[in-house]
Design a protein. Structure first.
Length: 624
């Protein structure tokens, strides 16, 4: 068992003071007025009830959000076309209106202390879904969001390419209390950083749930396409009640309103298709129309390409991104470069129409020498690991404190999957489950605050190590979460918090989803959902006419609690790329709790879900 290197209070990394407000190389529109919150008051989203209506053989299944500011003991009345349909107030957040017509419209009104409260009219009216045959009865409902596929093209080397809908995120772009979808379009010739060759442009679209396209951003020829290049964040950073969209840009990026960043004619691609020259920017776009609000130079710059670990451009262009409340009250943008060798992480604020850099962590500037190098993953996580009200950045085997200093590192090195949550009920605080490449340790579980090891399992193969790993409560027969992994050196069974076997390994090690009515999470892999069982997994749903993303990772466009009660929706692209298909459960549940999106850790996890090797979101608490 390895010990942690604790860096809090030491000069474990350089803190670069930065009050940059780099001018935008376009004529940028002014940001809307900012609503300043009181110090110490956390900025949160304003959500409507997210009411979903599904016509099934037994009537209309209804599901809606409980909100964090609902009074304790809040119940609900359901109105169909203005007429109340329930005899007594409903204490759960789902209901079946038996015998109702398919096209009925509904409104849900909260009841507090026996007194019915007002609703927000149209914003809380039902969104219709269509019942879908699952593998065990009626297991789901769907709603299609029509898409507009970008036209294909031809690279300078003569290769033709088309487009696939790829990763998605959500945010309230227009301030109406309902989420819109932000979608990345990936060309068919997208590349891993290790692969040479030209790629088509990357496009980012925004859609309402009815399929109305709000805007399209063209990142231009100087942003390469692939899982490691464009990590986009969707969040309300300035507190005006409308989400912004943030990503790395370059010469020739064109906004949703036609603004061009930098030079429209510049072409920095080399003969191998890599982009290792030219300016790099960080840009904030307005969520409602895709206009540029602010642009700054991307930090860190690429500098000497070889200093990142190779000379041809693989490691220098591996980016991660997230959103974190590093001051405990308001969200900051997290942008990062590198993880195999050097890792640099910057926190940015967008306030009053300006981008300012709060701090930068650089593993190369650590007084501990190589202690912090090479500890990053193909993903990151964000959580308040020390319960001080401010978020930390869990960057694989190391954690960066909210002030930008290194907090600790386990020194177990790089890995492909990372999970942070309240996994062990007998321990206080959060835990981190990680898998590792290239060392003698294959998987590990450690204390999220201190880095102290809870258990490790060896990689005895001498090879790369596990490629996928998951932590989550999938088995009611064991207290808290279970842990498992796939690939070389992975344990061949399901583990408990002591690292001991509690049963057979599940059929997949990919995503998780709360789908049925109990407190355990289900297995989400490819285009299906399974229920773990001690003798075998049970298929609950197979998506129809849909495809997963990101090759062998087989991930959805997004999985999150974006509608209805606290259970999660899954969004897959249809196989013809003409729609995003939202799947939502129709199982009833007696568990009533606020929307997961109102838990800060879960909400920022949905924001970083699209980052590199996508991972499922975990809340800061245990359900059940």
């Amino acid at each position: 068992m390895r010990t942690s290197t604790v860096g809090r209070g030491l000069a474990a990394a350089v803190l670069v003071a930065a009050s940059v407000s780099t001018s935008v190389p376009v004529s940028a529109s002014a940001a809307p007025p900012e609503q300043a919150g009181a110090a110490g008051i956390q900025q949160v989203e304003r959500l409507d009830r997210g009411l979903v209506s599904v016509h099934t053989g037994g009537g209309n299944y209804l599901s809606w959000r409980v909100l964090a500011d609902d009074a304790p003991g809040t119940a609900f009345n359901v109105y169909r076309a203005g007429t109340k349909v329930n005899a007594t107030p409903i204490t759960a957040s789902n209901y079946v209106d038996k015998g109702a017509p398919a096209n009925a419209d509904y409104v849900v009104r909260p009841v507090v202390g026996g007194v019915e409260q007002a609703t927000t009219a149209a914003a809380d009216e039902s969104l219709r879904f269509t019942a879908t045959d699952g593998d065990v009865g009626i297991a789901a409902s769907t709603r299609d969001v029509p898409l507009q596929i970008p036209p294909g093209g031809t690279t300078p080397s003569g290769e033709n390419y088309t487009y696939n809908a790829n990763d998605a995120s959500v945010g309230d772009l227009d301030g109406d209390g309902q989420y819109e979808i932000v979608l990345k379009w990936e060309p068919s010739n997208a590349k891993d950083n290790s692969q040479s060759g030209y790629t088509g442009n990357v496009f980012i679209d925004a859609y309402r749930l009815n399929g109305t396209r709000l805007w399209r951003i063209d990142l231009g020829r100087n942003i390469r396409a692939g899982a490691h290049y464009t990590q986009f964040q969707v969040f309300d950073y300035d507190g005006d009640g409308r989400a912004e969209v943030v990503m790395k840009t370059a010469d020739g990026t064109r906004s949703g309103t036609g603004q061009v960043i930098g030079s429209s004619s510049a072409d920095h691609r080399n003969s191998s298709g890599y982009i290792l020259a030219g300016p790099e920017f960080l840009t904030v776009f307005r969520g409602s129309d895709g206009a540029v609000l602010a642009t700054a130079d991307y930090v860190p710059p690429r500098g000497n390409v070889a200093s990142w670990g190779d000379s041809y451009g693989n490691r220098v262009d591996r980016f991660l991104a997230g959103t974190a409340y590093v001051d405990g009250s308001r969200p900051s943008i997290i942008m990062a470069r590198g993880y195999y060798t050097r890792s640099v992480i910057s926190a940015w604020d967008f306030r009053n129409g300006q981008l300012t850099r709060r701090w930068t962590f650089d593993s190369n500037s650590s007084t501990n020498g190589s202690t912090w190098a090479g500890q990053g993953n193909h993903n990151l996580s964000v959580a308040d690991v020390d319960a001080d009200g401010r978020d930390e950045i869990i960057y694989g085997a190391m954690t960066i404190d909210d002030n930008g200093y290194g907090m600790y590192t386990t020194r177990l090195g790089h890995g492909d999957a990372l999970h942070v949550g309240d996994f062990v009920p007998s321990r206080s605080g959060l835990e981190v489950f990680d898998i590792h490449e290239g060392g003698t340790t294959g998987v590990s579980l450690h204390d999220a605050r201190t880095g102290a090891m809870i258990f490790t399992k060896p990689n005895n193969t001498g090879g790369e190590g596990p490629g996928r790993g998951v932590a989550g409560d999938i088995y009611a027969g064991n207290a808290g979460a279970e842990f498992w992994a796939f690939g070389g050196g992975a344990p061949g069974n399901l583990l408990n918090a002591s690292g001991n076997s509690v049963g057979r390994i599940p059929s997949s090690a990919n995503f998780l989803v709360w789908w049925d009515g109990d407190a355990q999470r289900e297995l989400l892999d490819g285009t299906h959902i399974d229920k773990y069982g001690t003798s075998g997994d049970t298929r609950l749903l197979t998506g129809s006419g849909v495809s997963s993303n990101n090759g062998s990772k087989s991930t959805p466009a997004l999985s999150a609690d974006i509608l209805g009660d606290w259970r999660e929706e899954v969004i897959w692209r249809t196989s013809d790329n003409r729609n995003l298909r939202i799947y939502s459960t129709t199982d009833t549940t007696g568990i009533s709790r606020p929307s997961l999106m109102q838990d800060r850790q879960y909400r920022v996890a949905v924001a970083w879900q699209n980052t590199a090797y996508n991972q499922p979101p975990h809340p800061s608490f245990r359900i059940g």
